[in-house]
Design a protein around this ligand. Structure first.
Ligand code: NAD
Length: 229
């Protein structure tokens, strides 16, 4: 039986694919103030700016490629039963070949009308323009903004509770409620944290691999494979 490995990823895992994190930029996300472009208040204030910001992110994603960390996680499905829970809105885990990926904060390649969070449509890498609508309701990116609920959270917590090994990659653990998922890892389940910078982690049963994802993830996978009978 393959062991269940749950991997929680954040913006840091995609940094080496050329998609920048925002905490590393002092609160700016690709030159934009995060609260202007990734909050419900920002959307209410200037929806055209928000649409343009996500259109740019989608175009950038089209030319980005999965890096060694995404690929190592996908390839390790031969050895482990892997569930990826990602805070990222990019699709690099899927493009690397991971088969079970949950997006806690939505997906860049999807949109929905403002009146119905469940009417999610695939838009690929196309722009959303002001005026694009379904039944008269403006389309918006299918992403979770600051100030909005995270509908997948309960489901994600249940998955973390099934972990036999838990790994956290490239997340500052500053963005709640996603960061709280760490508390759902069962007692006795080995926990690994991979990040090149110091992370404020409150559990004392965590093995910290202080390295960038492209190096730290393959190293961690080798470590757990060697330890698994
Ligand atoms: P964050 O920006 O708060 O933290 C990023 C973490 O990645 C930091 O701890 C940093 O030290 C680490 N990091 C930087 N380079 C790394 C590397 N090469 N390898 C491993 N780690 C590295 O990110 P977050 O906690 O994920 O929160 C930001 C939120 O913004 C996310 O929830 C997401 O919704 C959104 N976001 C998404 C993307 C994306 O989809 N790629 C990019 C930026 C922001």
């Amino acid at each position: 039986m393959r062991k269940r490995l749950v991997v929680l990823t954040g913006a840091g895992i995609s940094a080496e694919s050329g998609i920048r994190t925002f905490r590393d930029m002092g609160g700016l996300w690709e030159e934009y103030d995060v609260m202007e472009v990734a909050s419900i208040e920002g959307w209410q204030k200037n929806p055209q700016l928000v649409l343009e910001f996500y259109n740019q992110r989608r175009r950038q994603l089209k030319s980005a490629k999965p890096n060694a960390a995404h690929l190592a996680i996908a390839n390790a499905e031969n050895d482990f039963d892997i569930y990826v829970i990602t805070q990222n809105v990019d699709n690099l885990h899927e493009r690397a070949g991971s088969s079970k990926v949950m997006h806690l904060h939505g997906e860049l390649t999807k949109a929905r009308p403002v009146n119905n969070p469940n009417n999610i449509i695939d838009i690929g890498y196309n722009d959303i323009k002001w005026g694009d609508n379904i039944d008269g309701y403006q389309l918006r990116p299918h992403v979770v903004w600051f100030g909005e609920d995270v509908p997948m959270l309960t489901e994600a917590a249940k998955i973390v509770q099934t972990a036999e090994i838990f790994a956290v990659v490239g997340t500052s653990l500053n963005v709640y409620p996603a960061a709280g998922l760490l508390d759902y890892a069962p007692k006795g389940c080995p926990i690994y944290l991979i990040d090149p910078n110091d992370v404020n982690v409150w559990r004392n049963d965590v093995t910290f691999i202080k390295d960038k994802a492209s190096v730290g993830v393959p190293a961690m996978l080798k470590m757990i494979k060697d330890e698994t009978p």
